[in-house]
Design a protein around this ligand. Structure first.
Ligand code: HEM
Length: 432
């Protein structure tokens, strides 16, 4: 039986908001299944436990908050429709309609299905990278966000210029509501309007004339599946947009930042020094992508709720309690052996190597190389993982070709102190 470590600080502090990795290490070492009184949640930080619990049917998505129906009228008018909408997001729901929609969409988002988008993404990322010019610029707003918005709009069959910014505005309103504590009437009102406008967009632009495989899969599911309603499709689109744009933009910045900070490290799988091999856009693009996702993934947590009482490693998990599976801790976990902190990656020459922040040599086998959990695992595994990887690979190559990477001003990069996420306020570039 593991004893709870009462001597650890609360998990949410100003320091852990800015850099939670020392906290994750402390939890892995001292209290791998940890109860935090302030947030009234369990935190699971070791990789093996996280993998096991991501697949455990006794943990499920968050239950709909029935208390919203007893709010006073003005709040209720805005909050109830927004909560109804969020309850249909695939990541917040284990209901059959969401699982069905997920299965319908998977073929349209597989690696082979998204591969044909590669050439167009390459062209756009190259053009955006060139557009950064030679003066001071911001990688986040000048490249990473517009590039991710473009790819997402293209996936949905929306116009990147006309619809892209609106899709992002609607998703931002929902994310801001989700991130608020208590009931904020202003944010709830903005989120309700966003749901209404997004519904109009999905009906008139995507379902009326579905031009891409994703839009076609959504339209067919709505036509053919009795349990799938329009609101389920709208919720899926909302999740594709929120899932698609900001985390991809964040990972782009992490790649660039990681490159700026790794100039002294050997390239993965070699004992050759420094940036030249690491930065070779054609050889190590995949390695850069996986290393960024391992080292500092955009979403740190997979939050779950206990659906039936059970004991986990001597700890009583009680129905209704929140369990936070720390995905971001997995890529740094060395408790199961050194290989835990490494990702297998394949270079263009077909050579398999392993990325590692310390530049250690490759591990012996794929089984040993456990891999990161940046896209989750199991029932809610990221539907956009293949697209995100394709996009990030193209973004990396475009930035390397335009010689933008060496201009990242690592010391001036500003993070947003969000507990549970990596996100940036700015990622400045020095003049060439
Ligand atoms: C670097 C970029 C991305 C990262 C790190 C990421 C990460 C994740 C993670 C960790 C989850 C699972 C959360 C959980 O289990 O609680 C998830 C789910 C999801 N992601 Fe992504 N994502 C990325 C990009 C994308 C893109 C590009 C799309 C779509 C265009 C997308 C769509 C989704 C959807 C729809 C889900 C919900 C799946 C479900 O619950 O069934 N994501 N993502």
């Amino acid at each position: 039986m593991t004893v709870r470590d009462q001597t650890l600080p609360p998990v949410v502090t100003p320091a852990s908001r800015l850099d939670p990795y020392p906290l994750y290490r402390l939890l892995r070492d001292r209290s791998p299944v940890h109860w935090d009184e302030e947030t009234r949640s369990w935190y699971v930080s070791r990789r093996d436990d996280t993998v096991e619990l991501l697949r455990d049917p006794r943990l499920g998505a968050h239950t709909y908050p029935d208390w919203v129906h007893s709010l006073p009228l003005p709040e209720r008018r805005d909050v109830v429709p927004v909560e109804d909408h969020l309850a249909r997001w695939p990541v917040f729901s284990d209901r059959p309609a969401q699982q069905l929609l997920r299965r319908r969409l998977q073929p349209a988002l597989s690696r082979t299905a998204v591969a044909p988008m590669g050439d167009a993404i390459r062209e756009v990322t190259r053009s955006l990278a060139r557009g950064l010019g030679e003066g001071a610029a911001d990688l986040l707003t000048g490249f990473a966000r517009p590039a991710a918005t473009w790819t997402l709009s293209r996936l949905l069959g929306s116009s990147p210029d006309e619809d892209g910014p609106r899709l992002v505005r609607w998703s931002d309103a929902l994310v801001r509501y989700l991130g608020s504590t208590g009931v904020d009437v202003r944010l709830a009102g903005a989120a309700r309007v966003a749901v209404e406008e997004l519904t109009g967009h999905v009906v008139s632009r995507m379902l009326n004339d579905p031009v891409t495989p994703v839009a076609q899969a959504l339209a067919r599911a709505l036509d053919e599946e009795e349990t799938v309603e329009l609101d389920d499709v709208v919720a899926m689109v909302a999740q594709l947009v929120t899932g698609g744009v900001e985390p991809t933009a964040t990972a782009t910045c992490v790649m660039a930042l990681r490159h700026a900070q790794s100039q002294e490290l050997p390239a993965p799988g070699t004992d050759r020094g420094a940036g030249a091999a690491w930065a070779d856009p054609e050889v190590w693009a995949d390695a850069q992508v996986e290393e960024a996702l391992r080292f500092d993934p955009p979403f740190h947590f997979a939050p779950r709720e206990v659906k039936a009482d059970f004991d986990y490693r001597g700890h009583p998990f009680v129905t209704g309690q929140r369990v936070v599976l720390i995905l971001a801790s997995a890529g740094h976990d060395t408790t199961g052996g050194e290989a835990m902190s490494r990702c297998p990656v394949t270079g263009a020459a077909g050579a398999t190597a392993v990325s590692d922040s310390a530049g250690r040599p490759p591990v012996a086998s794929a089984e040993q190389a456990a891999g990161h959990l940046a896209f989750g695992r199991g029932r809610h595994y990221c539907l956009g993982a293949s697209l995100a990887r394709l996009h990030l690979r193209m973004a990396w190559s475009a930035l390397a070709e335009a010689r933008v990477l060496e201009r990242v001003d690592a010391a001036a990069v500003e993070r947003i102190p969000d507990f549970g996420m990596t996100s940036f306020r700015t990622c400045p570039l020095r003049p060439a």
